[in-house]
Ligand binder design. Sequence first.
Ligand code: XMP
Length: 316
Amino acid sequence: MFDTSEFIEEAIASLREKIDDIAIIACSGGVDSTVAAVIANQAVGGLLHCVYVDTGFMRKNETEEIEALLAEQGIENLVTVKAADRYFEALKGVTEPEQKRKIIGELFIRIFEDEQEKVGAKYLVQGTIAPDWIESGGGVRDTIKSHHNVGGLPEDMTLSVVEPLRDLYKDEVRELARALEINVAERQPFPGPGLAVRTLGELTPERVEVVREACAIVEEEFEMAAEAGDMEIPWQYFAALLPVRSVGVHGDVRVYGETIVVRAVQSIDGMSARYSEIPHRILQKISTRITNTVKGAANRVVYDITHKPPGTIEWE
Ligand code: XMP
């Protein structure tokens, strides 16, 4: 049985012991980084600076929501860095998933180093949890995906890394969020590199926008259907854009658009997962809304019925 108050007490004591100077944390608005930020804020208060990087790969309205959430948690030193242009520039022409993650991770750290210099930080607090480093080749297993908050760390990094949630699994972090009354406990997980790993092929602002719209539709429809009691809310649910073009027709016009895949899974901790059985009429509504919203850009919607293993949850 996981004892949240004991964990928080020990984490605060350990953070106070480790952090004796200015610290910086990347807040993505996800459960992991928000819990890490709130605990670190409780531990070292004024020494902590929170940085939110808007990479251009965030979900619809996410930046505004995250800023409001962190303010609500009493986090004072928050800086938002608008970095979309830098990310798209750095990723021009890149299609290989591991290379994408590496570039995203490195740029993320560079942006951090700029902020670190500005505030004079010596420590980097991270919301890394156990599956992040286990799947990134933490010794026992081969690298499956280098989750960007681990795999992308360059060797010349000058900050000391502090990871208060390193030994925890997702369900435990959610328990902590509930105990701390952080309003993200029930939010579905979202990968660090964001919509970049849901946009297969080249990352252009236009293609990412298609994924952003499709993800918003999937979230809205599933949440509405679950609220109405028509389905169980999946553990994670989203859309990804595949660089596979097929012929379609929009109005009277032939279109040659890409493909949206809808993914929804049940899982406990993300290490394994089963695809969710979704009523067809809900999938149908999602399909119609997506193709109407993104016009010719994607003209086909498919549903992924692969468990993990053999698939992974994300497509990259
Ligand atoms: P996979 O796709 O590996 O995903 O089955 C397992 C869980 O991890 C999330 N995920 C990531 N999280 N950085 C992250 O912080 C990443 O690079 C990354 N890739 C996948 C995924 O959304 C799922 O919840």
